[in-house]
Each structure stands twice: as structure tokens, then as C-alpha cells.
Design a protein around this ligand. Structure first.
Ligand SMILES: [Zn+2]
Length: 370
């Protein structure tokens, strides 16, 4: 029999596998006289239904603007409406934001999304966040927080050690610290043994944007469009969130930006007291602006790029956003292209990594030398 006779949601399958069931019950779709494409949304749901739906669907405040800790229970950042720096405040407990420049009365998440879109009634937002929202083909839209809440209970550290200690040469101590801090967990994703890592907002664990899955055996996922190695919270994408290792950004004076999370753990192992942030790729540079609210307490933002063209382009993009606090590491002429800091760790060049970070050069100094 062909698979097309069956109807199983991919999330159900994933949930099932995670519950350690060996047999996946596959049943034919229920007999229905109403074809799916005739399914019509309720036109006039009551306002409480609309508000409940929107509160569950709208991207959070943290996705509207980059926020930093301001006072107990409050975050602040640039106003998502008027753009004024540090004039927007979010009361974390009440989830209400206000701008001292353009909107003194403040409002909840729905109010702010309405204002930004220029809408006058919450129901207008249903154009963008319809109640009967179907999943978008080719995109993985999942309740990532729910998935992580389940994954985080997994205490299998053997798989984590296999990937990070045996294959990537990180120390057991570094890996165990990251585990204890809730930054890495073993998980099963699309039938493969993986390590799952969270991509978070820069306010510690305030908001989980995405989960990345890295296979223990190093083999990529190979099942077409469903085989995404990252899943995103509703409304989020590659341009949100960082994997964060070691010191939280609020307590750090130096931030090291790397491409991948394994590079972040590598730097965290060798250089203490820095905040290591992995973007996930050199392509995802928009999120670098999330560091702007933290610049005043940072002395340096060091780009620890891979030894390739993408890495060089990455430095320029970061410097374009964060300006003169940006420094970058230097590779040697004789280094093979594509080398990264974890390659150095694997070949035992710990001291060299330390020197590269300590000797990072600023944009101007680099130009003067050339
Ligand atoms: Zn404003």
C-alpha cells in the first residue's frame, strides 16, 4: 500500500518517537463528507476567542525589538514603533510595553502588533494570523517551547559526550557545564540520535526562538523538506536568537561571536569570562543588531570567523552594525581554507586559539597595517 493512503502529521510522529514508542500506529484518515478545502474559518468569533488566539499566535515582544535588562522586572530597548533608542519599556510580568516617546499609555502584545500594522481592531490581525492557520509547506512551524520542555528532561549525557568530547575534543568539564546550564540535551529528531541546542533571546532564557539539532554521528538529515535541522517558534526565523555559552551577556565585558555552536563551546572552554554567541551561520547577521542595547557595557565584540570568504564577509557585516567596538581574529596565510577554531582544538592548538582571541584586531588598525 502506498503512503499517500495515510494521513499522519509529522509533529505527531516526532512526538511519538520522543515518547520512545517503537511502533507508530498509522491509521487511514477518518471518513469525512466535507473535503478539507471547503473548511471555512469562523467569520465573527467573539472578542475573547480572538484575543486568546492572538496571544497564543503573535510573535513576542522580544521579536519586535532587542531588549536589555533595565530594572527589576523590566526590559528596555528601541521603540518598535517610533524607533527611539531606549524609550520602550516592557513590564515582564504584566507583558505590557510602553514608550515614553510616542505612546505613554502603553499596551499589551496585541495592542503593539496593532499599532505597528496600523490596525484599529484586534480582529484586523486575523488577516496576518488567521484562526484556522494551516502549517506552511516547507516550513517547520512548531510549538518549540513545548518540545524543549520535554527534551530538557532527557538526562542521557553519554550521547552528548560522544558528539562533543569524542568527536570534537571538548573537555568533559565544558560539556557538563553546558549540560548543567540547560544549553545542550540529547534528543531524537527525525529518527536520528541528536543533541538539541536552544537559540535564545539575549535576555538569558526569556524567550526560546529555535532549536537546532546536531546528529551524534555527524551525518546530515536526509529526508528532503521535512529534514530541517532547526525548528522555529511561531513568528521566528533564522534572524532571531543565539546559542549562548559561558558568561551571560549582562555579566560580560567581551562578547565573542562565532558561526556554529560547537565553535562557541570551543571558545568558552579556552577563554574564560567571555560571552560566546553563535549565530548559526554567517548568513544570519540581522540578529547582530540585538547586541546594540548591550554595547555600552561591552568593551569589545570579537568576531571569531572561520578561515574562508564567508568569514571575511561576516566581519564586515558585524562591523557595519556594531561599528568601532568590533574586533576580529586573524588566520595565518598557511592555514587551510575553511578552518575553524574547533579544528584547532582538535589538533591540540589550544594556546593558539587563546592568542587569536587576545590578539584580535580592530577595523582601523587592520586598515592601517595594510
Ligand atoms: Zn515610541
Amino acid at each position: 500500500m502506498k503512503n499517500s493512503n495515510f494521513c499522519v502529521k509529522s509533529q505527531d510522529v516526532i512526538d511519538h518517537i520522543e515518547n520512545n514508542c517503537l511502533q507508530i500506529p498509522i491509521s487511514p484518515p477518518p471518513v469525512s463528507t466535507t473535503p478539507l478545502y471547503n473548511y471555512s474559518p469562523v467569520k465573527y468569533p467573539d472578542i475573547q476567542t480572538i484575543r486568546d488566539h492572538l496571544n497564543n499566535s503573535l510573535p513576542p515582544f522580544e521579536s519586535l525589538t532587542a531588549l536589555k535588562n533595565h530594572a527589576t522586572g523590566k526590559l528596555c530597548g528601541a521603540c518598535p514603533l517610533c524607533g527611539s533608542d531606549d524609550r520602550f519599556y516592557l513590564n515582564i510580568k504584566e507583558q505590557r510595553g510602553y514608550c515614553t516617546h510616542c505612546e505613554e499609555r502603553g499596551g499589551d502584545l496585541i495592542d503593539w502588533h496593532m499599532k505597528i500594522k496600523g490596525y484599529t481592531h484586534p480582529s484586523d490581525l486575523l488577516n496576518d494570523y488567521p484562526i484556522h492557520q494551516e502549517s506552511v509547506p516547507g516550513k517547520t512551524v512548531a510549538d518549540v517551547q513545548r518540545r524543549w520542555n520535554s527534551i530538557v528532561k532527557n538526562n542521557n549525557v553519554d550521547d552528548i559526550h560522544k558528539l562533543f568530547v569524542s568527536r570534537r575534543n571538548l573537555s568533559v568539564e565544558t560539556v557538563n557545564k553546558a549540560y548543567a546550564a540547560g544549553k545542550i540535551r540529547a534528543a531524537t529528531h527525525i529518527s536520528k540520535s541528536c543533541v538539541a541546542v536552544p537559540f535564545l533571546s539575549l535576555q538569558g532564557e526569556n524567550f526560546l526562538y529555535a532549536l537546532q539539532f546536531i546528529t551524534i554521528d555527524g551525518e546530515p538529515f536526509q529526508f528532503g523538506d521535512n529534514a530541517k535541522n532547526k525548528i522555529f517558534q511561531k513568528g521566528s526565523n533564522h534572524d532571531d536568537g543565539f546559542f549562548q555559552a559561558r558568561t551571560e551577556i549582562e555579566q560580560a565585558s567581551i562578547v565573542v561571536i562565532v558561526e556554529g555552536m560547537i565553535d562557541a563551546l570551543t571558545v568558552a572552554e579556552i577563554v574564560p569570562d567571555v560571552c560566546c554567541l553563535a549565530t548559526g551561520s554567517t548568513a544570519y547577521t540581522k540578529k547582530i543588531s540585538h547586541l546594540k542595547p548591550h554595547l555600552e557595557h561591552l568593551s569589545k565584540v570579537i568576531v571569531c570567523q572561520d578561515n574562508d570568504e564567508a568569514g571575511t564577509g561576516f566581519i564586515k557585516k558585524v562591523a557595519g552594525i556594531l561599528q568601532d567596538k568590533v574586533f576580529h581574529v586573524q588566520w595565518m596565510e598557511s592555514d587551510p581554507k575553511g578552518l575553524d577554531v574547533n579544528d584547532l582544538l582538535k589538533s591540540g592548538q589550544v594556546e593558539r586559539i587563546r592568542q587569536m582571541i587576545d590578539g584580535a584586531v580592530g577595523q582601523d588598525r587592520k586598515q592601517n597595517r595594510e
